[in-house]
Design a binder for this molecule. Structure first.
Ligand code: ADP
Length: 279
């Protein structure tokens, strides 16, 4: 990293990336950009760039992994070799294996797995560029990709961290703050119920500081939740209201054409039909 140990992380309440202590980094989410996956999302969170793709529910291979009463969830978190300052070995590290499990466990409570016995849902997360907080960003992106795949969810899952640097509780640590700070508390929640599906802590905090960090991380999650919903709404509301192009011939309406698509799946289907018509 470019910072030296003597450089301050907070000067007059402003952090090294010009944020105030309770500011999130800039976040953008694009939904459904991959054609081959059933659902996908691309998330830019500060300098983090993360792609999430979801397949399923589909047949499980190897078959012995299938669960008789629910879908089997598999998750792979992977950092691209070019995602870090020094080239990262492409093989999965212990950290990536652990994060794959942690992210799966954070997402699983939201998925109605019992609706799809003997099937599998695969979640692939590729970190294209990393700058601290990739587990929270990955959970956030993967939840949107699951929704885009039309998989029934109790709620979206949203991740965000708070921590302590130079004695102050701050929101959403970047890589330098994570490395040089005193503590990091990444969490994931299902905002509708407030259920926490990930809670980790690195470093030392007093009970009061922990409570403050947790409250701040929850606030951060609620802001990110709005961005998730906005990204999904942008894609699916646009599909719903886009009128057919006036210069294309009208497609004969078949008996199974839905009058009022009301699920993500049917919306996606009708969008595909529209695309085919305009080609
Ligand atoms: P998180 O990304 O969830 O904060 P960590 O605390 O383990 O997870 O990692 C913090 C940051 O350290 C990552 O976001 C990334 O920028 C950097 N990092 C992680 N692994 C490596 C690695 N193998 N090489 C270089 N940087 C790494």
């Amino acid at each position: 990293m470019t910072k030296t140990n003597s450089e301050a992380l907070i000067t007059n309440g402003i952090r090294t990336d010009q944020r105030q202590i309770t500011d999130l980094r800039n976040i953008e989410i694009e939904v459904g950009l991959l054609d081959k996956a059933n659902g996908s999302a691309y998330l830019i969170w500060g300098k983090n760039k993360i792609l999430a793709a979801v397949y399923g529910p589909r047949e499980v291979h190897p078959r012995h992994l299938a669960k008789p009463d629910r879908a089997f969830i598999r998750c792979r978190y992977h950092m691209a070799p070019f995602s870090t300052d020094e080239r990262k070995h492409p093989a999965p590290s212990r950290r990536e294996v652990e994060l794959s499990k942690v992210i799966r466990m954070a997402l699983e409570p939201a998925i109605l797995t019992d609706l799809f016995p003997r099937t599998g849902i695969d979640i692939f997360i590729e970190v294209l560029q990393s700058d601290g907080g990739t587990r929270c960003a990955s959970i956030t992106a993967a939840a949107v990709a699951l929704a885009d795949a039309g998989i029934p969810l109790r709620d979206l899952v949203v991740g965000c961290a708070a921590g302590k640097i130079e004695g102050q509780i701050v929101l959403d640590l970047n890589d330098v703050e994570d490395q040089k700070g005193d503590a990091d508390v990444p969490i994931a929640i299902m905002p509708r119920t407030g259920a926490i599906s990930l809670l980790q802590m690195d470093g030392l905090l007093t009970q009061d500081e922990f409570r403050q960090a947790l409250d701040l991380a929850i606030q951060g999650c609620m802001t990110v939740y709005d961005i998730q919903k906005e990204a999904l709404t942008k894609k699916y509301i646009q599909l719903e209201i886009t009128p057919p192009a006036s210069d294309t011939p009208e497609e004969p309406v078949t008996s199974d054409t839905p009058d009022a698509p009301d699920t993500l799946d049917t919306l996606k289907e009708s969008s595909k039909n529209e695309e085919e018509v305009s080609e």
